[in-house]
Design a protein. Structure first.
Length: 142
């Protein structure tokens, strides 16, 4: 498209129009948390809500400490208070510009990886001894 500007007032309008179009093309910050586990296939709870099975990715809005729980049969349940610090361009004051005025989209991906421990199963003898002990205590009373 070719613009022919014949008057000085039209030039100013054209620049204002171009600046407005540039502002409409601004990007934003996309935040994504990716959780992996060894072994894979663990149920992931983020702040107590199910988000899927590892490996799983979920979008988030705010930075801070997140409660992440991993559950898998045959493995100890893993509960972690995971800090997710804000990058420098999301610090208060700067975040307005990175969220609203950057000419492109910024993607902040956080990859969290956890190793789960196999569940420790006590020997049958120990369980039977503990059961006998509890049974005897209940007969004697407090």
């Amino acid at each position: 498209m070719l613009f022919v500007v014949s008057r000085p007032g039209h030039t100013r309008c054209l620049w204002i129009l171009l600046a407005g179009l540039c502002l409409l093309q601004t990007g934003c910050v996309s935040r994504r948390l990716m959780v992996q586990s060894n072994p894979p296939g663990a149920l992931v709870l983020l702040e107590g809500e199910e988000v899927g099975y590892t490996p799983v990715a979920v979008d988030f809005t705010y930075y801070g400490t997140r409660e992440i729980t991993l559950i898998k049969d045959g493995y100890e349940t893993l509960k972690v208070m995971q800090p997710v610090p804000a990058p420098w361009y999301q610090w208060p004051g700067i975040d307005f510009f990175s969220d609203n005025l950057l000419p492109h989209r910024v993607t902040d991906r956080r990859r969290l990886s956890y190793s789960m421990q196999p569940k420790q199963i006590p020997p049958s003898e120990d369980l039977l001894q503990r059961a006998d002990q509890l049974r005897n205590e209940s007969r004697l009373g407090p």
